[in-house]
Design a protein around this ligand. Structure first.
Ligand code: C2E
Ligand code: CA
Ligand code: CA
Ligand code: CA
Length: 279
């Protein structure tokens, strides 16, 4: 069987074989990386209309000893496919809570909310709720400091389960953002059933601003929708002043993107914030 397996691989495009090996190798190394602190969280500022920092989105990075900085697009899909996303997700939550504990001691950072990306698999895990609450207790941080970013992929399989779990976590104090809004299906049907705090306008709509009239229309409609449902709305991927100006004009209330700051390590994030505040 091994022989035929090998022959079969030869039958395919060699680049595919290389890709498969590369994936297996990365998965093996990622498992190791989570235990040896090669992974690190970067923090990207989220700001209000006055440019004041509201908090950050935590974005994972892998500082690979040979490959250098590996971006999540390269390893999150591998982690999802292998189930490693559960360990990775827990690692992210713990690192985030540890960071919030540090921020609690800084007057400038005390009220920041940290947004965390939660994968569908992680959200549905049996002990997700318990382990999340246990972490906030371990690090003595209020649940209100954490905002869980969910995409529609969390909702599609079992919407009733997702709604119940969200309501439970909401009652415990956690916040929710609906990530990549506008890119999935039937988002509108969910909106009124979910205990959301925020919707994130996907970067693909911000990209075309201010000139693309379709993107402009969609962006205005999403902002209006958020107003009608009493949700905060944040634009992601804001890269230019022109995009920022359009969004301000359209009454967007929160912003994230390279124009305001790139994802950065925690110490850099704090200096960035202090410089911003003029401290
Ligand atoms: P996302 O949740 O949509 O995160 C936003 C992505 O846009 C981030 O990419 C961020 O660095 C990038 N970004 C922010 N501002 C700009 C901008 O102005 N221009 C452009 N071109 N890009 C911008 P990143 O960090 O590479 O993460 C990619 C995706 O990987 C994330 O997309 C998220 O789906 C996933 N991811 C990242 N960290 C985690 C994590 O801790 N757990 C899980 N489950 N997924 C994660
Ligand atoms: Ca996100
Ligand atoms: Ca997003
Ligand atoms: Ca996106």
């Amino acid at each position: 069987a091994k022989e035929s397996g090998r022959n079969r691989l030869h039958f395919f495009d060699p680049t595919l074989q290389t890709q498969v090996l590369h994936k297996a190798q990365l998965e093996h190394e990622l498992r190791h990386a989570l235990q040896t602190n090669e992974c690190v969280l970067f923090y990207q500022p989220q700001v209000d209309a006055q440019g004041r920092i509201l908090g950050a989105e935590a974005l994972i990075r892998w500082l690979h000893p040979q490959r250098g900085l590996v971006m999540p697009a390269e390893f999150i899909p591998i982690a999802e496919a292998s189930g490693l996303i559960l360990d990775l997700g827990h690692w992210v939550l713990e690192a985030a809570c540890r960071q919030l504990q540090v921020w609690q001691t800084h007057p400038v950072a005390r009220d920041w909310v940290l947004a965390i990306n939660i994968s569908a698999h992680q959200f549905r895990q049996n002990d997700f709720v318990e382990s999340l609450i246990a972490l906030t207790q371990k690090y003595a941080i209020p649940a209100e400091r954490l905002k869980l970013e969910l995409t529609e992929s969390v909702l599609i399989d079992d919407i009733q389960f997702a709604i119940e779990r969200m309501h439970y976590l909401k009652a415990a104090g956690f916040g929710f953002a609906l990530d990549d809004f506008g890119t999935g299906y039937s988002s509108l049907a969910y909106i009124k059933q979910l205990p959301l705090d925020q919707i994130k306008i996907d970067r693909c709509f911000i990209d075309g601003l201010p000139l693309d009239s379709n993107d402009a229309a969609i962006t205005r409609i999403i902002i209006r929708l958020a107003q009608e449902f009493n949700l905060q709305v944040i634009a992601e991927g804001v890269e230019t002043q022109a995009q920022r100006d359009f969004l301000l004009e359209a009454a967007c209330v929160a912003f994230q993107g390279y124009w305001f700051g790139r994802p950065m390590p925690a110490d850099e994030f704090l200096s960035h914030a202090l410089a911003q505040e003029g401290v």
